[in-house]
Design a protein around this ligand. Structure first.
Ligand code: FAD
Length: 397
């Protein structure tokens, strides 16, 4: 049998993890990434449960642990910075806010790139513009003008996957959650600690400031709003929207907004979930956020990407017919995905109260939930535990 070739679009988490496993099974892998180099941006991502088991199988669990952000947990504070409630990392009362294993997305992408760069062909600064999904191969035209043929193509290019759109058109939609979120890195001050701090301001606004392991702090600013086109604005106009929304929010707003022009990685988008009716069509499969983005609220995006990549590669290696492999991948992943996409009840509104009274009520809930005796309420506030998937064993791993 000839060496089977796979083109993967996207060099973040799902793409390189898939390449790692396919390389092990003797496939020839190419990854095309739109950015001109490996993207270093992004905040803490969680590696949980079965995702962590895949990382262990890949021999990178220790590398992830050593690059952990070391976040101690989350403290909810009022306008004056006074503590309302706190949840330690990795405890059952933590509400799933700080996972046991947290790492900056860019650090994880770097670890995965280093694991695959010798065996995978990486093409940076290019992307797929046309795709012909035939019964015996996929012919791809790139933005650079080149044309190549592969046995399979996998779209691992994130929630707004262009490759998915080329194959499925508008058939697969993003379910918007009515929340905008801005992420940025800001300088660390002497007074900052290794606790994350969450603050609510009226008008459905929230701010989160988290430590990292590289000497800076990661801020996120979120607010309730139906999608209204902010995500498509040029960055300078997005910064203006963020300034207007948060100038009177209090707490750390002046500090964060003062650095917004110097920050190298301001990222602003509306938050949503991908609900795909199917994970493949012909010789093209969807993976990671492109297939089943659960949203950052779930804390499950990275674990889904790890597990999905492991299963997709394993099934392609195990089945002589790729159609059977794609069907098995979907059958095994679907219950895990469905569970991971279930958000805490009332999310994201519960954690973004609109009025001062709503904030006071939220604080009361947090105080109760943070007491060890109140695990029932604590569970209500937390991310539902994704049903543990039993990872299949594949020959050769
Ligand atoms: C820069 C960045 C920052 C992030 N920050 C956070 C965060 O702070 N918190 C959080 O929970 N999640 C964050 N995420 C999302 C998180 O990485 C995913 O939810 C999860 O890890 C699954 O990853 P993925 O590989 O499926 O998708 P993503 O991590 O979204 O990766 C998609 C990759 O595809 C590339 N790409 C996009 N379009 C194309 C195209 N047309 N052609 C080729 N390549 C393309 C992107 O540049 C990116 O490298 C971030 C993602 C990115 C890319």
């Amino acid at each position: 049998m000839h060496e089977r070739t796979i083109l993967i679009s996207g060099a973040s988490i799902a793409g390189p993890t898939l390449a790692y496993w396919l390389n092990k099974y003797g496939f020839r892998t190419t990854i095309v990434e739109r950015a001109s180099e490996l993207r270093s941006g992004g905040q803490n991502v969680d590696v949980r449960g079965a995702g962590r088991a895949v990382a262990r199988k890949m021999g990178i669990e220790e590398a992830i642990k050593s690059a952990s952000t070391g976040e101690l947990g989350v403290r909810f504070v009022d306008r004056g910075g006074r503590k309302i409630a706190q949840f330690a990392a990795g405890t059952s009362e933590s509400g799933g806010l700080t996972a046991e294993l947290e790492i900056l997305r860019g650090e994880l992408a770097r670890i995965l790139y280093e694991q695959t760069r010798d065996d995978t062909e990486y093409v940076f600064g290019d992307s797929i513009t046309e795709l012909q999904n035939d019964h015996d191969a996929v012919t791809v035209r790139f933005k650079s003008g080149t044309q190549r043929t592969f046995d399979f193509v996998v779209a691992a290019d994130g929630i707004r996957s262009r490759t998915r759109d080329l194959v499925f058109g508008s058939e697969i939609q993003i379910r918007e959650l009515g929340l905008y979120m801005a992420y940025l890195t800001i300088p660390r001050l002497e007074s900052d600690s290794n606790w994350a701090h969450w603050y609510n301001a009226s008008g459905g606004r929230a701010m989160l400031l988290r430590p990292d392991n590289v000497g800076t702090m990661r801020a996120s600013l979120s607010f309730l709003s139906d999608p209204c086109g902010y995500e498509a604005l040029p960055l300078s106009e997005q910064k203006e929207v963020i300034r207007k929304k948060f100038h009177d929010a209090g707490w750390m707003a002046p500090r964060i907004l003062a650095t917004i022009d110097q920050s190298f990685d301001v990222y602003f988008d509306s938050i949503g979930q991908v609900k795909a009716t199917t994970f493949s069509r012909g010789r093209v499969a969807l993976l990671g956020d492109a297939a089943y983005c659960p949203s950052p609220i779930s804390g499950m995006g990275t674990s889904l990407a790890f597990v999905g990549a492991y299963i997709l590669a394993g099934e392609l290696a195990r089945c002589s017919d790729y159609r059977e492999a794609f069907l098995n991948y979907e059958k095994l992943m679907r219950p895990y995905v469905d569970k991971a996409q279930q958000l805490p009840p009332g999310s994201p509104r519960l954690a973004h109260p609109k009025t001062k009274t709503g904030i006071r009520l939220f604080h009361t809930m947090l105080r109760v939930a943070s007491s060890p005796a109140a695990s029932a309420i604590s569970r209500r506030l937390s991310t539902p535990k994704a049903e543990q998937i039993v990872l299949p064993e594949y020959a050769g791993n």
